[in-house]
Each structure stands twice: as structure tokens, then as C-alpha cells.
Design a protein around this ligand. Sequence first.
Ligand SMILES: *Cc1c(COP(=O)(O)O)cnc(C)c1O
Length: 427
Amino acid sequence: MTAPPPSLSLPPQAAVATPSNDNLDVEAVRRDFPILQQTVRGKPLVYLDNAATTQKPRAVIDAVTHYYENENANIHRGVHFLSQQATFAYERARGRVGKFLNAADSSEIIFVRGTTEGINLVARGYGRAKVGQGDEILISHMEHHSNIVPWQMLCEEKGASLRVVPVDDDGELVMEEYERLLGDRTRLVAVTHASNALGTVNPIAQIVSLAHDRGVPVLVDGAQGVPHMPVDVRQLDCDFYLFSGHKLFGPTGIGVLYGKRHLLDDMAPYQGGGSMIKSVTLENTTFADVPTKFEAGTPNIAGAIGLAAAIDYVNDIGQDRIDAYESGLLDYATQRLGELADLRIIGSARQKVSVISFVMNDAHPHDIGTILDSEGIAIRTGHHCAQPLMQRYQVSATARASLAFYNTRDEIDALTDGLVRVHEVLG
Ligand SMILES: *Cc1c(COP(=O)(O)O)cnc(C)c1O
């Protein structure tokens, strides 16, 4: 890592709301998010699509702008002032992410485009070397397509097979089946930390420990983990952990793959190109060490810097406080939606992040979404990139309200009123 240039200027300090007590001052928090101030279709925006992407606080927008206005240059290869500044800011962002996940070393943090690219990187770099004919990869029935399709592609290529841990009626993994499916041929377990469609939080530490008893590494899709709860990869002892910046109040196009150093060291590069080499002749190339080995080409420098600002923002509020606030909001929303007679919530696991999927007897989810939109309320309808899970519950789609720490009880009331209106219009 390049030493900080002497006159390095840091982005302006975030205008973070600092509540005076343990409770979250949600009105102060909301003022940090410019987009939340607008009206949509003449109504105040009610944004309840946070599992698809989150809004960005001023601190993140400012950090990205600051970078482009003051520090923009290509990194790693430059001797000039700006290149050193950009390199410092980029590597500093890596350090922030490492601390955020409690990684043993910041070289275990690889910047990627997002969760999807990170999983593909592991499927190629790890899977191709370690999975062969007749081997098995174990996933769960609640995975996002990005934690299904790369493994199917790998299995197809290698003659391996995909095994699937079932999910019960409440939306919890059937752990006895998990233990049964972990076998001699299992080469990797790939499971989500929390389901984007059901909200279920999976018992990752237990999943990891059972897999490690049999020498099987575990990849955790953390796209819905880090936005909602503190994550310590060393405590979980998972081997790979992935998340996307845009679901953590940061920019799109940046994400993180955490991997244990000894696994990353053994893995082949994902893409070839500039930056990821030690030396190149026309006959032969030697690769750089991790993390550079996995970051071919010019990375998303501004994205990494924006992500670090998002992490700082979340840390300033406190992940425990976010977790507590969101659980209260989830309970309130579950209770309010429960008042609607023809509404059925899909996913009632004991441990949930603030995601509520539901169907209504007489309304197609698409129509629910459209009617709510006319009230300025943004929810998501469809299969949520989890078609196998929809098949499990015998629905083609659900409506999903997903909450963040800037959502309020008033917004849940607006959603409930909107759903009463849906019933009136379509019922
Ligand atoms: C959104 C999401 C993904 C994919 O993330 P991208 O940012 O689209 O790469 C994977 N898994 C879960 C659980 C998600 O919610």
C-alpha cells in the first residue's frame, strides 16, 4: 500500500444523526438521505424496496463527488501525486471493509462488482479446481438465483451435482436434512445469510461448524446480512462471505468478496489482464499476490470509496441500534399487515431481517404493486430472483415490503392503508 501523500484531504465529515439515547432518531436519519425528501405521484415517497437496493446518505454521495473533484486518477501504477492519492483512498477503503467484517487481514478483501460477481469468482477460482465428476455442491432452497446458477454451470461443466437443503413451511432450513445431505462427496456449502424473499436468517455458525467437521468449506451470501446485522467473519468462521455495496447504502457496481487467505492464495485468477500480474512475457505470466490477483483491470475506485463512506455511516449509527430499530419496525409491520384478513405472509421464521413477503387472495402481486405506486409507495412484486422458492410455496410471485432503518411506523401505516385500498379496488 502506498503511504499517504502528505497533504491528503479527507472527504467532508458525514452529517450523521447522533441520537441522544439508545433509540434511533429516525427523523434525523431521514434528513441524511436526499432522495427520501421527494414526493412521488403527489404523495410523500414511501420507499419499501430496500432488499432490491438501498438509498444513499449524503455522506456517500459527497465521498464519491469529493473523489472525482479532488483525487481522480488511475491507481497502483502511478508515481504522480493524484495516482498516489487515489491509491491511498482505494486501499484505505479496503482496510475499512476488512475491519467492518473483522477479517484477519485486509488482503482477504477482494473488490468485485457485487455479490453475483463474487460468487462467480469463487465458482471459477475455487470450484473449477476442487470440484470434479460425481462431487456435490450443497445449497439451500431459499437461495437467490446468483447463488444457484453459477453452481449449476459449474456442475454442468464438471459432471457434479447440486444438492438442495429443503425449507419448511415457516421458511426455515430443515437442519436435520442439512446434516443428512452433507456427505463424502460434498465439496462446498453455499448458503445465504438471510433470505431476500422470506427474511429468514440462517444459523450460519452452526452450518459452518457442521460442514467443517467434515472438512467442507462454506460460502455465505451476505447480500442481506451486512445491511441488517453486525457480521464477524472470524466468529462465523465462514470461508467466503459476499455482499453488494448498493444494498448497504453504498454505490452500485462495487461489492466485496471476503475469503480466508490460504484459500485465496490457492485459487486461480478469475480474469486476466492489467494489474493482476507480477510479470508478463509473451510466453508466460506470473500472477500478483492476493488481493491484486483477483482485481484485473481498472477497478471501481469511486465505488470502493463510496462503500467505505457507507460503512462509516452505518458504524456511526451502530449496527446493534439498526438491528434493534428494524426488529421493532418488522414486528409492527407484521402486526399491521396481520390485520388484513385476506393477506397471507410468506415466511415466519423465528429469526428474520426486516423483509415481509405476502400474497392477497384476490389480487395479483403486480396489481398490488401498481396500486401502491399510485400512492407513492414503492414495494417489489415478482419472484425476487428466487423462482425455486416461489415453486416451494406454490406461488408464482409475492409482494414484498423490505424495510431499512430510515423507514417509519407512519410509512407502515401508509402501506396498510394502501393495501386496504387494493382490496377495495380489486376485491
Ligand atoms: C441482491 C442479492 C444478490 C445479488 O446481488 P447483486 O448486487 O445483484 O449482485 C444475491 N443474493 C441475495 C440474497 C440478494 O439479496
